[in-house]
Write a protein that binds this ligand. Structure first.
Ligand SMILES: [Zn+2]
Length: 254
């Protein structure tokens, strides 16, 4: 499917909002409810399948690209919600998880007030490292950054790899989600991690041999020193942000 245009995405999200209100109307019959739910599922599928597919990292071991569908249009789509759709990319066996940060660059995310009824946990505004994930044997981290909402905001994506592959029970919930699923003796289990965030990227970039790379404009990995990394030094809040109905709530960083 082709990528959605801004207008088409707007039409889909407006209709989803209408349905959400209509579902709870006094005169809504069981038959109406069934029809609304079917339409809602169809709209959500069109929206998710039409989101831009973006190269966010490349595996440092096997070179396999990691693509994610991301709602780069704005924060008012269901992709952003804490209980939103599964965002895990198809990736190689070394891939662990993609974490993120969102710099609001001084803007108020008011587009999220009209449509978003769920909470969005964008994390801090600056990129960070989770030291625990870097303790795994052969752990490597790839940084990437992209504009959101035509550049009003800037997202930072931090994708972790391990070679040999690390056990899924030692993983971490992906960006924007509250928990992740893993297999525990064949049983599906859920976990919520509250690991410490280390904002001292320079310290990690200068490690020898290098363990942190960033994706350049050509989609290639750059293993440079902190001095050459474009993601350092941006003034941003290190507090975790929670966006509810367009309002921003700050929480202490982890
Ligand atoms: Zn790989």
């Amino acid at each position: 499917m082709d990528t959605l245009s801004l207008e088409e995405r707007g039409r889909i999200l407006n209709r989803m909002t209408e349905i959400r209100f209509a579902k709870y109307g006094k005169s809504t019959s069981t038959e109406d409810l069934r029809r609304y739910r079917a339409e809602e599922r169809e709209l959500a599928q069109r929206y998710l399948e039409g989101l831009p597919r973006i190269l966010v990292a490349r595996c440092p071991s096997c070179g396999e690209p990691v693509h994610m569908t991301i709602d780069t249009f704005g924060l008012d789509g269901i992709w952003w919600h804490v209980f939103g759709p599964d965002r895990s990319p198809q990736a190689c066996i070394h891939y662990r998880v993609t974490l993120g940060a969102l710099d609001l660059q001084g803007h108020t995310p008011d587009e999220a007030s009209a449509r978003a009824t769920f909470e969005i946990e964008t994390g801090p505004e600056a990129p960070y490292v989770v030291p625990r994930l870097m303790e795994a044997p052969g752990a490597r981290l790839v940084l990437h950054s992209l504009p959101i909402a035509e550049g009003r905001y800037r997202a930072y994506l931090m994708t972790y790899f391990a070679d040999p592959p690390a056990p899924s029970s030692e993983g971490h919930q992906p960006w924007l989600r509250r928990e992740f699923l893993y297999l525990d003796n064949g049983h599906e289990s859920r976990k919520h991690c509250t690991d410490h965030w280390d904002f001292d990227l320079a310290h990690w970039l200068d490690r020898k041999p290098p363990v942190v790379a960033w994706l350049d404009q050509q989609g290639k990995l750059q293993w440079s020193t902190a001095e050459e990394c474009p993601y350092l030094g941006a003034p941003a809040r290190c507090k975790a942000l929670l966006i509810r109905g367009g309002q921003v709530v700050e929480r202490e960083p982890r």
